[in-house]
Design a protein around this ligand. Structure first.
Ligand code: ADP
Length: 646
């Protein structure tokens, strides 16, 4: 009956490279091969179960299971499942090309790690292999244990079975076989040095227990059902040991030796019935340049896995979490597609989000060191939530940690809640200032007044924080304002005699201005024209001669700067030039203005002060004119100096 003889195929180049790495892998990674093959078998059982639920034709009473059958004499280990199996085309498609993104990513990382090792002139070669545990290298991991691998398989849709064989060098063959049972048997012809170990029952049982306890199907070693304990998420918290939490995390993440930073075990009966365990990983791999990790949460209906990467159960700003959610309210036959319409998911998401945020608040309170570690790793992701999750905005805001003038030690931060506690009684606003780094912020002219009046200012060196605060607008009834904006109100209790006498309608202080000051403002106004919205007397006293203020309701300088660099055709809003009548330069200009002959010089000073103020914000305007004026002013200053020989 055999119509086709054995056919030979060549692996895709990437697979050849992958196989080469794997077959030379370190011994300690070899256990992973078992994990990968059991997990493939279990995936195949999941797929078959879904098919059976929706199509009676494929239903039967045969229990679904994974079986490991060691044969010490033949130096062989077989991992079998009675799942969907593979057709001939699927064998070529799935085991001959690198369809699996995990393997691809692993290859990329391995290449990077190798070139790095070479750069550092390390003995090289081993760092890439330690990465294997972080990626699902999948089926090809079999070649870490075996010289030759056979896959004997029959698809649930077909009568004919196939045998795929390869020695992992460059080629594989496929031939038809009779009597193959439904599903797949992966036959490992074990390498000499691992043959004894990987055919011993106790050794295989301990590997299955370690990596596959939570596989949602029975796994047998010979006749023995190894993963027979109930899943830990349905157990009461008090009965789960730290070791069990840890190994569940390792199963979920496939990270062999990593411990989570914290976990949350939830159980609810109404209005929703669900159990969940959520984990925060110890480090944010995205910060190490790994790109976005798209893992999602596992979703179960009455302990049966429905989907292992659901991304709708938590908001995007918590996408780094791992975990499993099990709800009896979810219909068992729900598929990936129908899940999207399931009304339960948004409800679960709402509860889970709230629980995670509440847990973080507790953590910040009770274990500040762990929280600090968490924030260092995931703060950048979390704070993005302020702008998108209106419902939880205040909760997320409480979790923010920001630098502040109250303690400028590098790395020191405060929460908004603590800032509010330190506020003066009559202070109605929370002040912040954005800038490139702490040193520039401390020198910013806008900060001078606040420093002198000992008013705390939050220093935001990352524009993301500023976006978050500008979205938030308010915290515990206090308005958040950037101190370079015109919306600033200083507490009355901080006013000094010089600026407390009265305030004009613009809120400007009326410290006595020298004669001619109004004339200076007028000359500046004319010279600057359209560059600014207005020129006026400084509302806050400072030692700097001028500063640029953003009109009420407009974005802070830092945000405008970031946008102007990233958004095409973004135009900066026109600002208000505030002039300080008390600054020595300005009083001198005021005196000079009375004669009427110095108007050009005063105009040049106005333009130059404007350019310099922009420069302090990191913005270069009219470089040609600015440089010209600078030269002219220096010539004038030089010619006015006398030559005194001492
Ligand atoms: P992954 O399982 O992560 O997709 P693998 O390299 O492990 O990557 O497997 C590639 C593909 O081969 C799988 O996606 C699946 O379609 C198929 N496959 C592997 N093992 C089995 C199996 N035991 N039964 C059915 N199909 C399998």
């Amino acid at each position: 009956m055999t119509t086709t003889a054995r056919e030979e195929f060549t692996f895709q180049t990437e697979i050849k490279q992958l196989l080469k790495i794997l077959s030379h892998s370190l011994y300690q990674n070899s256990e992973i091969a078992i994990r990968e093959l059991v997990s493939n078998a279990s995936d195949s059982l999941n797929k078959l179960r879904h098919i059976q639920l929706s199509d009676a034709e494929y239903r039967d009473d045969v229990p679904l299971k994974v079986v490991l059958t060691p044969d010490a004499e033949a130096k062989r280990l077989t991992i079998s499942d009675n799942g969907i199996g593979l057709t001939r085309d699927e064998l070529i498609e799935n085991l001959g090309t690198i369809a699996h993104s995990g393997s691809l990513e692993f290859m990329k990382k391995a290449a990077e790690a190798r070139s790095q090792a070479a750069n550092e002139e390390k003995s090289g070669g081993s760092s890439d292999l330690s990465l294997i545990g972080h990626f699902g290298v999948g089926f090809y991991a079999a070649f870490m244990l075996a010289d030759t691998v056979d896959v004997i398989t029959r698809s649930y849709r077909e009568e004919t079975g196939w045998k795929w064989t390869s020695d992992g060098t460059g080629q594989y063959t496929i031939e038809p076989v009779d009597d193959a049972p439904r599903g797949a048997q992966i036959v490992l012809h074990l390498k000499e040095d691992v043959a004894e170990e990987f055919t011993q029952d106790y050794r295989l049982e301990s590997i299955v227990r370690r990596y596959s306890t939570f596989v949602p199907h029975p796994v047998y070693v010979g006749e023995k059902h190894v993963n027979d304990q109930p899943p830990i998420w349905v157990e009461p918290k008090s009965q789960v040991t730290p070791e069990q939490y840890k190994s569940f995390y390792q199963w979920l993440t496939r990270h062999t030796n990593e411990e989570p930073l914290w976990h949350l075990h939830l159980s609810a009966d109404s209005p929703l019935q669900f159990q969940a365990i959520l984990y925060c990983p110890p480090a944010n791999l995205e910060l190490q340049g790994f790109g976005r990790l798209e893992h999602g949460l596992a979703l179960c209906a009455k302990r049966i896995l429905v989907q292992d990467d659901n991304k709708d159960l938590l908001p995007d700003y918590l996408h780094f979490m791992y975990g499993l959610v099990d709800s009896a309210d979810l219909p068992l036959n729900v598929s990936r597609e129908t899940l999207q319409d399931n009304r339960l998911i948004p409800k679960l998401r709402r509860v889970l989000t709230k629980k995670v945020l509440d847990h973080l608040a507790d953590l910040a309170e009770e274990q500040p060191a762990t929280y600090a570690k968490f924030y260092e790793q995931f703060g950048t992701v979390l704070r993005g939530g302020v702008g998108v999750d209106y419902e939880n905005r205040e909760k997320i805001a409480k979790l923010l940690r920001l630098a502040s003038s109250q303690n400028v030690t590098p790395g020191a931060t405060t929460s908004l809640g603590d800032y509010v506690k330190r506020m003066r009684e009559d202070q109605t606003q929370i002040y912040y200032l954005g800038g490139p780094d702490l040193a520039s912020l401390l020198r910013n002219p806008h900060y001078e007044t606040f420093r002198d009046k000992q008013l705390e200012v939050l220093f935001l060196t990352d524009p993301v924080d500023e976006f978050a605060l500008s979205h938030l607008q308010e915290f515990e009834g206090k308005t958040l304002v950037s101190i370079d904006s015109a919306d600033i109100q200083l507490p009355a209790s901080t006013e000094t005699p010089a600026d407390s006498s009265s305030t004009d309608e613009k809120g400007g202080s009326s410290a006595i201005a020298p004669a001619g000051f109004d004339r200076v403002l007028e000359i500046f106004r004319t010279a600057l024209g359209e560059r600014v919205q207005d020129v006026r007397k400084a509302t806050r006293l400072a030692s700097s001669p001028v500063c640029l203020v953003n009109p009420q309701g407009s974005m802070s300088s830092q945000l405008q700067k970031v946008l102007s660099q990233n958004v095409k055709d973004f135009s900066l809003s026109r600002r208000i030039l505030e002039v300080n009548p008390q600054a020595p330069l300005i009083s001198r200009l005021a005196a000079l203005s009375t004669s009427g002959t110095n108007d050009d010089f005063i105009a040049d000073c106005g333009l130059q002060l404007y350019s310099s103020a922009m420069l302090l914000d990191g913005l270069v305007v009219e470089p040609d004119l600015t440089a010209d004026r600078m030269r002219k002013l220096m010539e004038e200053a030089a010619s006015n100096r006398s030559v005194i020989i001492t």
